[in-house]
Design a protein around this ligand. Structure first.
Ligand SMILES: Cc1cc2nc3c(=O)[nH]c(=O)nc-3n(C[C@H](O)[C@H](O)[C@H](O)COP(=O)(O)OP(=O)(O)OC[C@H]3O[C@@H](n4cnc5c(N)ncnc54)[C@H](O)[C@@H]3O)c2cc1C
Length: 429
């Protein structure tokens, strides 16, 4: 181990949506914060911010009003993490994060009181709460059935304009598609990230505008797969709209999508500038609570490790993919602190026999139980450590994939946990 020793008030574990949001909220409070964690699921994500899209999940009931849905969810599932969060906290958290994205060149649109319906890469429609500005016009065009040209690109992997148009024939008869060659297209398959990086060039944009124009016809809007740049989406969208003379919008692509990459880049660039001390691409390898109550954490990678001493920790280490939880023959365990994990009694009960069981698989609701202050508790509801908090998808009693509440829950629980950290610092740890 290296001789380096860092100390801070708060260590945040995780660089997914929850960890990044927690880091932002903490530095906004002036809390001396270190963040450790590797690039996460966020790099794969759609960039949509879901609050609550479906409830009851077993009925697959799509929600138009997420707030009404959350009120009902709190009654139906009193252990769900949203039952520990007031609407004021959820709204404050979302407002802050959306403001952060907007200030850093990637504004979002949200209808605030209702969900927005958005197209998916397969031509289905999904409810979400906040959409990147690049997708915003899509919701309006879909609602108004605006005559629209969907531009597809030859050899773009996992995106088919024809399939989208076919799926939507009844709902959006004025949607038609054309398939063009992407400028400077290399041999083989085309990937969204490569296209998005190419779109950062004004020459490529001019070529795309010129290629689309002859196909416009009576279209009053143009849809593209989500490849409108990584860093300068505002400028790129503006130029395309000016060049084509109609509103332009993106449809999310299959994953890994450039939409997740955009968020990741914003966090990586702007959190350190806001004051977060970042130990990116490093993992917490061990954690010990010292005699004085502070945490001593070993943080590092293959090249070495250092010790971080922290007054408090917010654990946002995700689920199985993020590596916050690990499943093996013995059961499901939390990987850093060995915290108790709420889980089915035995492995046989992890999954239903029916893959598409309407109730969802019990393993997806496994995770950490927390108290009102978002601190992990044991099976009897007893607090484990007063200065250890948890947020994000590692929390138990939620199934974010089916409930369509991934980012919203991650952001709101991170906000609540950081508020509690701040409150706890008024007292001696
Ligand atoms: C494919 C996909 C699509 C999605 N689409 C949407 C969507 O459309 N809408 C929506 O709202 N949400 C979506 N999400 C959900 C969202 O991106 C997040 O997964 C969710 O919000 C949970 O985030 P998290 O930060 O809790 O966990 P994760 O994103 O899993 O992050 C966990 C973090 O913890 C770190 N970590 C784990 N162990 C350690 C350790 N020992 N030391 C240091 N760090 C550690 C990991 O490196 C990672 O950075 C999607 C996610 C995926 C994967």
């Amino acid at each position: 181990m290296g001789s380096n020793k860092l100390s801070c008030d708060l260590l945040i574990i995780g660089a997914g949506m929850a960890g990044n949001a927690a880091a932002l909220f903490a530095v906004e409070h002036g809390i001396d914060t270190i963040q450790a964690g590797q690039t996460s699921e966020i790099g794969f994500a759609s960039g949509l911010i879901d609050l609550l899209g479906v409830h009851p999940a077993a009925e697959g009931k799509v929600l138009h009003d997420p707030w009404q849905g959350i009120a009902q969810l709190r009654q139906d599932e009193p252990l769900h993490p949203y039952a520990k969060l007031s609407n004021e906290v959820i709204r404050a958290a979302l407002e802050k994060i959306l403001k952060f994205f907007g200030q850093n060149g990637y504004p979002y649109e949200a209808a605030l009181e209702k969900n927005t319906l958005i197209l998916t890469p397969t031509g289905t429609i999904k409810p979400t709460y906040a959409v990147p500005h690049t997708m915003a016009h899509g919701a309006r065009a879909l609602a108004a059935k605006t005559p629209c040209l969907l531009v597809d690109f030859k050899r773009l992997r996992g995106f088919s304009g024809r399939q989208i148009v076919l799926s939507l024939t009844a709902r959006w008869p004025n949607l038609r598609t054309t398939r063009l060659r992407f400028p400077e297209q290399p041999e083989g398959e085309l990937y969204p990230e490569r296209m998005a990086r190419a779109m950062e060039s004004s020459e490529v944009r001019a070529q795309i505008i010129a290629a689309i124009k002859p196909h416009l016809g009576d279209a009053r809007a143009v849809a593209l797969p989500a490849v409108m740049g990584v860093y300068h989406t505002v400028q790129i969208l503006k130029e395309l709209q000016q060049g084509l003379g109609v509103p332009v919008f993106e449809i999310p692509t299959m994953l890994p999508a450039v939409t997740g990459l955009r968020l990741q880049e914003i966090f990586e660039q702007h959190l350190p500038a806001a004051g977060v001390r970042s130990l990116r691409q490093q993992r917490v390898l061990a954690a010990v609570r010292q005699g004085d109550g502070r945490w001593a954490l070993t943080v590092g990678d293959e090249t070495g490790a250092q010790q971080v001493i922290a007054r408090a920790v917010v654990l946002c280490s995700g689920r199985f993919f993020g590596k916050g939880l690990h499943a093996d023959r013995q059961g499901i365990r939390e990987t850093i602190f060995n915290l108790p994990v709420v889980q089915p009694a035995d492995r046989a009960a992890w999954h239903h026999k029916d893959l598409l069981h309407t109730g969802g698989h019990p393993i997806n609701r496994a995770g950490l139980a927390v108290d009102q202050q978002f601190r992990p508790v044991d099976g009897h509801g007893r607090l484990i450590h007063a200065n250890l908090f948890a947020a994000g998808s590692i929390l138990a009693y939620q199934d974010w994939v089916r409930q369509k509440c991934g980012s919203g829950l991650a952001i709101a629980s991170a906000y609540a946990a950081v508020e509690e950290v701040k409150r706890s610092f008024k007292f001696k740890v």
